[in-house]
Design a protein around this ligand. Structure first.
Ligand SMILES: [Zn+2]
Length: 349
């Protein structure tokens, strides 16, 4: 007999676009459509003394502004949107921040590193000549096709994001937000995105996890041109050590999927998935391999569009980098001649 230890869901019905579910007094769950495999993002409204704080915003794509208009009609108090908090710079979270902030004259709170990441992707760069992209390709041993370079240069991002908000304010690890029904504490984590904020309300037993912990899919963890981390997967797994300090019965509100309990068990499942991938890559490096060859160990690139090719390359590199930082593999050469191989001992350094 096996005992199921994965996430336990307690809210069977997700809200339709333009509708909401009240999870606790003053804590609302909203769901907005996004294109692609994810199909939706969850965003949250937290009631303050005189209005609401919105956590994450949805992308600037068809259907989302309509959902906001419907919410405005069904939830008149939404007129008092006092503040917007964005967990991280990815377009499904940040996309409508500038637009909604302008509509409601609301400030936008983001960590400084999340702000910097958004600003970089909003900056016009030539995919063929950008020095950051050229250096990335060379140091990671890649020849990157044109469409994937275009995504890396932020061209898709700029289409689905409404620009930089006029009133951007910082958000920091340990910051406390006192709202009508709860004290929320900010914790800041890395790995999925630089400076990803989570919010925990100990008195409610609730964690807004953003993309840091998801119930049924694993968050992308990547070495990408705009990610400044030395070791994104190491950072990501370290965040689990920090979040493990929260109670196991915490109600987790993720950006994708349904609210769930079983935080520790779910982090254990995700950690095991990464360990499987690390094992596969280390074994593959028993003979010297190119980066693209190793991406093929984990993903079938030929099936992917440019965005997913970028994420698959980045994810593979995050695992290789993790192994490299722990002296399990090493790379020799640069550009297309770069090869990864397992190292037998520290003596190789
Ligand atoms: Zn994300």
């Amino acid at each position: 007999m096996s005992i199921k230890t994965g996430p336990v869901f307690e809210f069977p019905d997700a809200p339709a676009p333009g509708d909401f579910v009240e999870l606790r007094p003053g804590l609302l769950w909203l769901r907005l459509p996004i294109p692609g495999a994810l199909r939706h993002i969850n965003v949250w409204l937290l009631e303050g003394e005189t209005g609401w704080m919105l956590v994450d915003t949805g992308m600037r794509v068809d259907g989302v502004l309509e959902a906001w208009e419907k919410l405005n009609a069904s939830l008149p108090q939404l007129g008092q949107l006092e503040a917007i908090l964005v967990t991280h710079h990815h377009p499904d979270h940040f996309g409508l921040a500038a637009r909604l902030a302008a509509d409601h004259a609301a400030p936008v709170f983001m960590t400084l590193r999340a702000q910097a990441s958004a600003r970089l992707l909003e900056t016009e760069r030539d995919p063929d000549t950008d020095p950051g992209l050229i250096a990335y390709a060379a140091t990671q041993g890649l020849e990157i096709d044109g469409p994937t370079r275009t995504v890396m240069a932020g061209r898709n991002y700029q289409r689905i994001v409404s620009g930089m908000p006029a009133d951007l304010r910082p958000l920091a690890d340990g910051q406390e937000l006192t709202l009508a029904n709860a004290h929320w504490r900010v914790s800041v984590h890395d790995g999925h995105a630089p400076g990803h904020a989570c919010l925990h309300a100990g008195d409610l037993g609730v964690l807004i996890s953003g993309d840091q912990v998801l119930p049924t899919i694993s968050s992308n963890v990547s070495v990408l041109p705009d990610n400044t981390s030395e070791d994104p997967l190491g950072d990501y797994l370290h965040s689990f050590t920090v979040l493990a300090g929260l109670p196991e019965d915490t109600l987790v509100l993720p950006a994708h999927g349904r609210p769930f309990r079983g935080l520790h068990a779910r982090m254990g499942e995700i950690r095991a998935e990464h360990e499987d991938r690390l094992g596969l890559l280390e074994a593959a490096c028993a003979t010297p391999r190119s980066t693209l060859d190793l991406v093929g160990t984990l993903f079938r690139l030929e099936r992917f569009d440019a965005l997913n090719r970028m994420l698959a390359i980045g994810e593979t590199l995050a695992h290789l980098r993790y192994l490299e930082c722990r002296h399990k593999v090493l790379r020799t050469g640069v550009g297309p001649g770069l090869r990864w191989r397992a190292c037998g001992s520290l003596g190789e350094y």
